[in-house]
Design a protein around this ligand. Structure first.
Ligand code: ADE
Length: 252
C-alpha cells in the first residue's frame, strides 16, 4: 500500500481536535462550512476534516474531499452503538463492509437503486493495516493515555478489536426493538452509527479505497445517551488519535 495523500474524516469536533493539534497544517480551506486541513500528520500527507453528523453531512464532505483535495484513500473514525451482543464500551469495530439500515426503495431494504448494491466493502489491505494499528494502540498505549478514572467510569477494561459490518442511518439508535431488527436483517452487523456507509458509497462511486473504524460508546438500547459527549471527549478521541498515529507512522 502506498497512498500519496490520505483523507481523514471524523464527525465530531472533539474527535478531530487532538489530530488538529498534532498536525503540521500547511493550508486550510473552508468549503460549504467545513474546514479542510491539508498538511502532514505523523509523517504522512493528509487532508483532515470534520464532517458533522449524519449521512448527508458525511456524503457531501467525502465528495468535496475526493473532488477538490485529490486524496487517494479515505479513513473515517468515530463512535458507534454496539449491535453484536458480545461488544462492550471501548471495543473497536473495523468495517469490512457497510450498509444503510434506513434505506427502503419501496420493495426491499438496503439496496441502492442503479448501483444495485446493498453492502459497500472497505479496501481489505487498508482495513487490515488499520486493524493492526488499533490492536497495537489498545495493547501498548491506551492505558497510558486514558486516565484510569475514565476507563473505570466508562467500564473499559480490555477492549477487543473485531471486523464486521458497520450499519449506518440517520438515527441515534437507542431502541432495543430497532437494535434487534438490525441484528436480524443485516449480515454480520457489529455496530450502528450515522455516517460510515454514506462515505463508503461515495468512495465506491469515485473508485477510491476507504476504511471505517468505530469505537463502541453505547449499546444502542435504552441507555444509549448516557454520557455520550463525555465518552467522545474523554475516550473516543484517544482511540482515534492512537489508531491513526500507529497506522500512519507504520504505513509505507
Ligand atoms: N453513534 C454512537 N452511538 C450511536 C447509536 N447508538 N446510534 C447511532 N449512532 C451512534
Amino acid at each position: 500500500m502506498s497512498y500519496q495523500k490520505i483523507g481523514l474524516i471524523c464527525a465530531m469536533e472533539e474527535e478531530i481536535r487532538l489530530l488538529e493539534r498534532d498536525m503540521q497544517a500547511e493550508q486550510t480551506s473552508v468549503i460549504a462550512g467545513r474546514t479542510f486541513y491539508e498538511g502532514v500528520l505523523y509523517g504522512r500527507p493528509v487532508t483532515l476534516v470534520q464532517s458533522r453528523i449524519g449521512k448527508v453531512a458525511a456524503a457531501s464532505t467525502a465528495t468535496t474531499l475526493l473532488d477538490r483535495f485529490g486524496v487517494d484513500c479515505v479513513i473515517f473514525c468515530g463512535t458507534a452503538g454496539g449491535i453484536a451482543p458480545d461488544l462492550h464500551t471501548g471495543d473497536v469495530v473495523v468495517a469490512d463492509k457497510l450498509v444503510q439500515h434506513d434505506f427502503f426503495d419501496g420493495v426491499g431494504w438496503f439496496r441502492i437503486p442503479l448501483l444495485d448494491k446493498s453492502y459497500f466493502e472497505t479496501e481489505p489491505v487498508l482495513t487490515e493495516g488499520i486493524r493492526r494499528a488499533v490492536i497495537e494502540y489498545v495493547r501498548d498505549r491506551l492505558k497510558q493515555e486514558i486516565p484510569q478514572a475514565h476507563l473505570d467510569e466508562f467500564r473499559i477494561s480490555d477492549p477487543k478489536v473485531v471486523t464486521g459490518t458497520v450499519v449506518t442511518g440517520d438515527q441515534f439508535i437507542c431502541d432495543p426493538e430497532k437494535n434487534r431488527w438490525i441484528a436480524e436483517q443485516v449480515d454480520n452487523a457489529k455496530c450502528v452509527e450515522m455516517e460510515g456507509a454514506a462515505v463508503a458509497q461515495i468512495c465506491y462511486e469515485f473508485g477510491i479505497p476507504c476504511a471505517v473504524v468505530r469505537v463502541v460508546s453505547d449499546g444502542a438500547n435504552d441507555n444509549s445517551n448516557l454520557d455520550f459527549e463525555r465518552f467522545v471527549s474523554e475516550a473516543a478521541c484517544h482511540f482515534t488519535r492512537g489508531a491513526l498515529k500507529a497506522f500512519l507512522e507504520n504505513a509505507e
